[in-house]
Design a protein around this ligand. Structure first.
Ligand code: HEM
Length: 82
């Protein structure tokens, strides 16, 4: 059934109906830009002793603390920041 407990979407970050956030598409575009630059220009790995739990939903034991470091400039190869 389409609306049983397993499939109902309870997370609505932008609201819904007539009060739906009018900035939702802009916000999602900005998030896509951010993730694009993050994965292209930074290495990131989870801190030691953290791991994902996949049940009953995805969460991290220690809150997904990340170690992030910029990828050194390789004369423009594989790095889009100048
Ligand atoms: C991640 C970013 C954003 C989130 C999570 C978010 C979330 C929300 C939520 C939950 C509401 C209330 C909806 C309701 O009352 O039911 C709202 C309203 C609103 N948001 Fe956003 N929003 C975001 C970004 C933006 C941006 C970028 C803009 C404008 C450029 C924007 C403009 C507005 C406006 C004007 C309202 C009031 C709409 C109304 O009352 O009719 N929001 N937003």
């Amino acid at each position: 059934m389409a609306h049983d407990k397993a499939t109902t979407k309870k997370v609505m970050p932008f609201g819904g109906g007539p009060r739906l956030c009018p900035g939702a598409d802009l916000a999602k575009l900005e998030i896509a830009f951010f993730l694009h630059h993050l994965v292209l220009n930074y290495r990131w790995k989870t801190m030691a002793d953290d791991f994902p739990l996949a049940y009953p939903y995805v969460e991290f034991k220690r809150g997904l603390l990340l170690e992030i470091e910029p990828i050194p400039d390789m004369a423009g190869i594989g790095n889009i920041e100048t």
